[in-house]
Design a protein around this ligand. Structure first.
Ligand SMILES: Cc1ncc(C[n+]2csc(CCOP(=O)(O)OP(=O)(O)O)c2C)c(N)n1
Length: 660
């Protein structure tokens, strides 16, 4: 770490630096981002793009009093570096380290937590309304990306801004990229704002504001210089099209979306020009009308590899800080679940002309890119618009299509009512493939997908499954295409189990569990392990150990969480001395709960130990295994729980609470 970054321990220190010093600081921050993330990975590209913007925000505003609200907040690393967290920066996304997103409990400078897209405008507006109500004078600044504008909530907020407050600053951080290239009409519209000079707006009062600035300060001289360039390059069409806004202030003639919605629009401006950013933000600060500043930034600025491959460098694991090269996967590594999903979908689409695939701005993360490449006419990217995507799929299903909707478990929560009202209530055969069901370890609680069994199993008509391996995922996808109901398949992040995928997927019987291993009737105590999804591997390994200690162990792969295989659960429930359910999901309302409900209805009194995630939000960590171990979702803990049940070992206190 070199000089200026070393000097900055709090935002006040940023304010003391001159423009040239801040420009040097920007360079140092870029170096720290590139070198500091090389080992553990993170959201490098988005953060390289907002270095000057974040510095300018801290030069002009004063957190924690003023509120900076970041959408998604994956681009918050520079803010973390400037708000007293630089010494812990290299721990980001690691066990006990900094979180990769805004976290209220981590710093008073993180005023609103996030991880899901599209929430910042609403949250910021709520803060502005609260401020107005209590009569204080904090500034509220919302920083949102161009892709956040594909999200419905952003528009719900914008619809509300000018009716709610006079003081609100929105910064549209436009880098033309979502994770992949941004899609849809809004992205086309923003492109028009950038490229058509008659849309570029430099407000007269902003010109006046800059002209009134005192001349002595070097920073302000630079601002003047920048402003001249700005005027020359961007102000075409201003004077000829002036109109009056609803409140009587000057506005501009071309129908700028933001102005039509009652906000002033300023820009687009160069998001890497520090003096220009600072003077524009100073102007916004004294505006008594909601304002949106359109800032153009380059995702990955300052790192060639990130500029060349913006999608890859949006968020990644380790890389070479000089070349940007990423380590090749070791030979023999099983495929990622997302790729098995994508490749299977292509296979199924070739045989079934009614199948189509849909992603909400995540073609690579979900594996939908395979379909996009092989059969683009069968592929839809709706943008970061999970609610719209689900209802869109429901509409297609009414016309005879079978949409396969690929949305991570956590992001599907956004579309809960749409699943209920538009899909399940009408019993439409939409297929949901839910990646990241389980932990997304280094992302943390905003991204863990630990609730979907609970939130789906209460809806009638649902068929819900969890494969124990990649071959079963393919079978489940094929089975889903033959199931005339809303069907959900949940599977974890990352590499699969290494089980070969059959050339042709096979039809599974809906609601039928797989008996992996039955009782031998020659052990001391009978234990039935019901391991769902990836926890089936844990169950099998625990079974081996327990068998070695003289237990008679059956292993069942439930496959379906709805409909549950009542017969298999009853049979083993009656036969066993102990039933253990294992799930990569919260215990509350999950698969184990459904087994308890069944046993209660059928008056089966065999003790049940449930292994799963406790009733709390799980933190982030470097690896999934660490968290599984800590919370008892491990072979070791399964064996210990079984033995404790038979009083063979003292009850070990773990953070997991199970119910008998
Ligand atoms: C509801 C939801 N859906 C999907 C995502 C995954 N996601 C994270 S960042 C991102 C793209 C954000 O693009 P933009 O807002 O333009 O910010 P940039 O990364 O370009 O700075 C997406 C789709 C998410 N975080 N939340």
């Amino acid at each position: 770490m070199s000089s200026y970054l070393e000097m900055v321990d709090a935002p006040e220190h940023v304010k003391k630096l001159t423009i040239p010093q801040l420009q040097e600081l920007a360079g140092e921050i870029r170096t720290e981002l590139i070198e500091g993330l090389a080992k553990g990975g993170g959201h490098l590209g988005p953060n390289l793009g907002v270095v000057e913007l974040t510095i300018a925000l801290h030069k002009v505003f004063s957190t924690p009093k003023d509120k900076l609200v970041w959408d998604v907040s994956h681009q918050i690393y520079v803010h973390k570096l400037l708000t007293g967290r630089k010494n812990r920066f290299r721990t980001i996304r690691q066990t006990d380290g900094l979180n990769g997103f805004a976290l209220r409990t981590e710093s008073e400078h993180d005023c609103f937590g996030a991880g899901h897209a599209g929430t910042a405008l609403s949250a910021a507006l709520g803060m502005a309304a609260a401020r107005d109500k209590r009569g204080t004078d904090e500034q509220v600044v919302c920083i949102f990306g161009d892709a956040a504008l594909t999200n419905g909530i952003s528009f719900e907020a914008m619809n509300n801004i000018s009716h709610t407050t006079k003081k609100f600053i929105g910064i549209l951080n436009d880098n033309e990229w979502s994770i992949a290239k941004n899609v849809g009409a809004i992205s086309g519209y923003l492109n028009k704002l950038i490229t058509n000079p008659s849309y570029n707006k430099l407000a007269k009062d902003f010109e006046g504001f800059v002209k009134r600035l005192p001349k002595g300060d070097l920073a302000l001289k630079l601002a003047h210089k920048a402003e001249e360039g700005f005027k020359g390059a961007l102000s075409v069409g201003l004077t000829q099209n002036d109109v009056t806004l609803a409140d009587g202030r000057g506005g501009f003639g071309n129908p700028i979306l933001f102005e039509e919605m009652g906000m002033r629009y300023l820009g687009p401006i160069d998001g890497h020009n520090l003096p220009l950013l600072i003077s524009t933000l100073e102007f916004a600060k004294q505006c008594d009308h909601p304002i949106v500043i359109h800032v153009l930034t380059q995702k990955g600025k300052g790192f060639d590899a990130a500029l060349k491959f913006p999608e890859k460098f949006h968020g990644l694991g380790s890389y070479d800080a000089k070349t940007g090269e990423t380590p090749a996967s070791k030979p023999g590594t099983p495929p990622a679940y997302q790729d098995v999903m994508g490749q299977t979908l292509v296979k199924l689409c070739k045989k079934n002309e009614n199948l189509v695939g849909l992603t909400a701005a995540m073609p690579t993360g979900t594996g939908m890119k395979h379909l996009e490449k092989a059969m683009p006419e069968r592929y839809f990217d709706v943008g970061i618009a999970e609610e719209h995507g689900v209802i869109f799929a429901a509409g297609m299903a009414t016309m005879g299509y079978r949409p396969v909707v690929a949305i991570y478990s956590t992001f599907l929560q956004r579309a809960y009512d749409c699943i209920h009202h538009d899909v399940c209530l009408q019993d439409l055969p939409v297929i949901f493939v839910m990646d990241r069901a389980g932990l997304s370890a280094n992302d943390g609680p905003t991204h863990h997908g630990l609730f979907d069994i609970s939130y789906l199993r209460c809806f009638p008509n649902v068929v819900a499954m969890a494969p124990a391996n990649e071959d079963e995922l393919a079978d489940m996808m094929f089975t889903a295409t033959k199931t005339n109901h809303p069907t959900f398949i949940r599977y974890p992040r990352g590499t699969a189990e290494g089980v070969p995928v059959k050339a042709e997927p096979q039809l599974l019987e809906v609601g039928k569990a797989q008996i992996v291993q039955t009782f031998t009737n020659n052990g001391k105590k009978k234990v039935a392990l019901f391991g769902l999804g990836p926890m089936n591997t844990i169950a099998r390994k625990a079974a081996q150990q327990l068998a070695g200690e003289g237990y008679d162990v059956a292993v069942i792969n439930p496959r379906f969480t709805k409909p549950l295989d009542a017969a298999a659960h009853e049979t083993y429930g009656h036969e066993a001395d102990l039933v253990v359910t294992l799930e990569d999901h919260v215990l509350m309302g999950g698969y184990g709960s459904s087994v308890l409900e069944l046993f209660s209805e059928k008056h089966i009194s065999t003790p049940v130990v449930r292994i799963g995630w406790p009733d709390q939000f799980i933190e982030h960590a470097t690896t999934q295994d660490e968290l599984r171990k800590k919370y008892g979702l491990s072979v070791e803990n399964t064996v210990a729980k079984v033995k404790a049940q038979f009083s063979e070992v003292p009850v070990k206190v773990t953070r997991l609470v199970e119910v008998a």
